[in-house]
Design a protein around this ligand. Structure first.
Ligand SMILES: Nc1ncnc2c1ncn2[C@@H]1O[C@H](COP(=O)(O)OP(=O)(O)OP(=O)(O)O)[C@@H](O)[C@H]1O
Ligand SMILES: [Mg+2]
Length: 325
């Protein structure tokens, strides 16, 4: 029996997780400017998928189209197997959304914010109360159930937004920059909650971020986007190995020192008062490091931040050479 025949007898061998979000040539144009420019990607059931990109890359626009909050200009977009153009109401009932800006109701206390939101989903009152209590417990805000929204910290507000998005038990959670503007410790707390959520409930998470650390920590797969276009797709590890050479020399506080010209398979980039050089071997970087005597410098393994640095064009920055393997 051929392999194919065998596989057809055992569909489990052959099965891939169902696709939860499928975007094909997805485009959004504001005026004449494309905010999202013919992007293709898919998110599978149960994974955490990231949109990583700088300000204005098109992350929120993509997420608003998925959440059926803004229409597409062209292309195709299916969420939970439904077409956003014709089945928006159904999609909205199936997904949980945390927009970039918090939009909690300041006239209601913490608990009432959840209860009132649950009523939009026609969740019966007793169920809503039970679910709200469970979620407040999950995000560690049970003690603050009666608090006014204005009295919450930024991290608490963000956690409450996440709880609110989970009231109707969505299988897909769309999080637009879950931790931007929060301090590192609060960011870690939110990461832990998201990891716990995924482990316990198996929810699929689509998140956007411009923090490399967040993408590396949370996302199994991600796309790097800039100016509405996808620059690279893969796991964080794949992106690092495909996009930048294995070793990086980083020199801080370079002032007005010139960037050394790229040579011998070394590529060079400058950004934020630092110079970066990439090469396949650490030894290739050693002579360049010596030229920076007295500066803060180190040779290290390349990381996702370097991928971002190489991929994302920034008009204020100079580049030399190109990424080498
Ligand atoms: N409602 C709108 N009307 C006109 N232009 C818009 C609108 N929303 C977004 N844009 C433009 O579309 C582009 C992409 O914006 P978007 O908000 O999707 O980026 P982003 O990746 O979410 O950025 P940020 O990290 O700053 O949130 C930007 O150039 C932005 O100015
Ligand atoms: Mg945004």
């Amino acid at each position: 029996m051929t392999n194919t025949a065998l596989e057809s007898l055992h569909p489990v061998l052959n099965s891939k997780p169902p696709v939860v979000v499928q975007a094909r040539a997805l485009t959004k144009v504001y005026g004449r400017q494309p905010a999202v420019d013919a992007i293709d990607f898919s998110v599978s059931r149960g994974e955490t998928f990231g949109l990583l990109g700088p300000n204005g890359a098109g992350k929120s626009t993509t997420m608003r189209m998925i959440a059926c909050r803004t229409p597409l200009t062209s292309g195709e977009l299916f969420v939970e197997g439904r077409d956003v153009r014709t089945q928006a109401r159904e999609i909205r009932s199936l997904i949980g959304v945390v927009p970039q800006e918090n939009n909690l109701d300041p006239d209601l206390n913490v608990l009432r914010n959840l209860i009132v939101y649950a009523s939009y989903y026609r969740i019966p009152k007793t169920r809503a109360a039970q679910r709200a209590a469970e979620l407040l417990d999950f995000i560690g805000l049970s003690e603050r159930a009666d608090a006014k929204i204005d009295h919450l910290s930024g991290g608490m507000k963000r956690r409450l937004m996440i709880a609110r998005s989970l009231l109707h038990e969505p299988r897909l959670l769309v999080l637009d920059e879950p931790t931007t503007g929060l301090d590192p410790q609060v960011r870690q707390e939110i990461w832990q909650k998201l990891e716990e959520l995924r482990r316990v409930s198996g929810v699929t998470i689509l998140l956007s971020t411009h923090y490399m650390e967040e993408a590396e920590k949370l996302c199994e797969r991600l796309v790097v986007i800039d100016h509405g276009k996808i620059l690279a797709t893969g796991t964080p590890r794949e992106l690092v190995s495909a996009q930048v050479s294995r070793f990086a020399l980083e020199v801080r506080d370079v002032g007005d020192l010139p960037l050394r010209a790229a040579r011998n398979g070394v590529s060079a980039v400058t950004r934020s008062n630092a110079h970066f050089y990439f090469a396949a071997d650490a030894e290739t970087l050693t002579p360049i490091m010596k030229e920076y005597e007295g500066r803060r410098r180190m040779i290290r393994l390349s990381n996702l931040e370097d991928v971002f640095l190489q991929l994302v064009s920034d008009n204020d920055e100079t580049r030399a050479g190109s990424p080498s393997q």
